[in-house]
Design a protein around this ligand. Structure first.
Ligand SMILES: [Zn+2]
Length: 467
């Protein structure tokens, strides 16, 4: 380590410590900024010490969950790793993660560095450190963006992969993704399902969400520019696609999910490695077809790294205890974290995570529909008390907004700090309106509130966790 790297690491660590001490809410980037100012090559020197390489996860949706699942799989397989916190996925945040993990004299001791990386930041990170594998989850079009935004993002990802000619792990079912970087070594993952049928429990509101999200997004063939046609659409532009005029079509994926059964609390599917003709049955502890894709992306990367399919299965199933929060999205230009709450243990964990975020503002959405559980007495068993430590206004919404408001009062939040807005969309818009610069909105919905949120988020031109 060069002398200026050591100084940079030390000052970065001091900055992080100061932020934690004063709770200044400056986010997780400042220590990285400080370190980079003092030693511009610090990211390169720190990440370069990882024994087995640097893994990157990028794409529009599911970065956090995919890298979380991959982290769980690699740890289960016995590897050590450094993994950036969700939200810290720009160059400064990644540098801050490394500074935090380094010893005071600038040494890193880890098998892997695993980074979820913002699409636009990928080329910058790739320039500073060799990316051993780049995983691309999906590329959804953001309706609010100006025309061509998706192409710009695709070109940035390609640029990032080409810098080090990194092998790529790509979603075969997303025509926007699997047309990327034909010149590098690529491995594909995807869903195979007879007649497009995904078996979902009749009472499962997921079913409804799958149907309502069949609004297809147009994609175009990279070879001839014609429209992409589908034999089968799972959601958005994800499905079994082919060019409507030339012979270009969905590549056969190596890592495949079949026999998918969705339920309100998780999914079961058969995970197959077609290259080695191996299969395992996976019980994924997080719900939603989009999370089956996230699991496939993680599995595909892990298998490429030599992890056995049995370890992959165990790692995916272990994820339940690590499930902290869902991904960060931008709504009307503001950072929002959405985390499902459905039982006392999970809600208490989420509240713990919320109060650790000094930039947090909170919106809680409680319904008592069948899929949420009619009995909301669990609210009284969950530990909402730490929320009283947060500053500012709270908004509660949903069919049981009033009950949640009462629960908050008993948790020690003064009545005048609780705003009750039963309509979810109105509540969300007000919360976004009131969100200050540098603040993050945490939305904690029950299951059917989450489904409603998915629809609202769509009207704001965003897709939630790959829905
Ligand atoms: Zn074509």
């Amino acid at each position: 380590m060069a002398n200026n790297d050591r100084v940079a690491v030390a000052f970065g660590k001091l900055a992080a410590r100061t932020i934690r001490m004063v709770g200044a809410g400056l986010g997780s980037n400042l220590p990285g900024k400080v370190a980079r100012k003092l030693a511009p090559d610090v990211l390169s020197h720190l990440a370069g010490q990882s024994k087995r390489g640097v893994l990157a996860v990028t794409g529009t949706n599911g970065k956090s969950t995919t890298s979380g699942l991959l982290s769980s799989v690699l740890k289960t397989a016995g590897f050590t790793l450094i993994h950036n916190r969700q939200g810290a996925n720009l160059v400064t945040g990644i540098t801050a993660t490394l500074v935090d993990a380094a010893s005071w004299d600038g040494h890193i001791n880890t098998d892997y560095c695993l980074f979820e990386i913002d699409e636009a930041a990928l080329p910058l990170v790739a320039k500073e450190t060799t990316l051993s594998v780049v995983v691309v989850t999906n590329l959804f079009r953001d309706q609010l963006d100006r025309f061509g935004e998706l192409d710009t993002t695709a070109r940035l990802i390609e640029k990032g992969i080409k810098v080090c000619q990194s092998p790529a792990v790509l979603n075969a079912d997303d025509p926007n993704v699997c047309q990327l970087v034909p010149e590098v070594s690529r491995v594909f993952f995807g869903i195979d399902s007879e007649n497009c049928e995904i078996d979902s429990n009749k009472n499962d509101p997921n079913k409804e969400s799958n149907n309502s999200s069949q609004s297809m997004e147009l994609s175009y063939c990279q070879k001839c520019g014609s429209e992409i046609a589908y034999d089968c659409v799972f959601y958005g532009q994800l499905g079994h696609w082919r060019c409507s005029s030339c012979d270009y079509k969905r590549p056969d994926p190596t890592i495949v999910a079949t026999n998918i059964q969705l339920s309100a609390t998780g999914s079961r599917f058969k995970l197959t490695d077609r290259k080695n003709s191996l299969s395992v049955e996976v019980k994924l502890p997080i719900p939603g077809l989009f999370n089956v894709y996230n699991a496939l992306a993680a599995a595909c990367c892990a298998v490429k790294l030599g992890v056995t399919l049995e370890s992959v299965k165990q790692g995916l199933q272990n994820y339940t205890t690590l499930f902290g929060r869902s991904e960060k999205i931008n709504l009307l230009g503001k950072p929002v974290l959405i985390q499902l709450i459905k039982n006392p243990a999970g809600a208490s964990q989420t509240v713990k995570a919320v109060v650790e975020d000094k930039t947090a503002r909170v919106l809680i959405a409680i319904n008592d529909n069948l899929a949420d559980g009619r009995d909301i007495s669990w609210l009284w068993d969950a530990d909402f008390e730490p929320l009283a430590k947060l500053k500012g206004q709270f908004i509660v919404t949903g069919r049981r907004a009033d009950d949640m408001a009462v629960r908050m009062k008993y948790a020690g939040v003064e009545a005048e700090r609780i705003t009750c807005i039963p309509k979810l969309e109105k509540a969300l818009r007000q919360a976004l309106d009131e969100l200050g610069p540098d603040e993050t909105l945490w939305v904690l919905p029950t299951y059917t509130c989450l489904l409603e949120l998915q629809r609202i988020v769509r009207t704001m031109g965003q897709t939630l966790a790959g829905t």
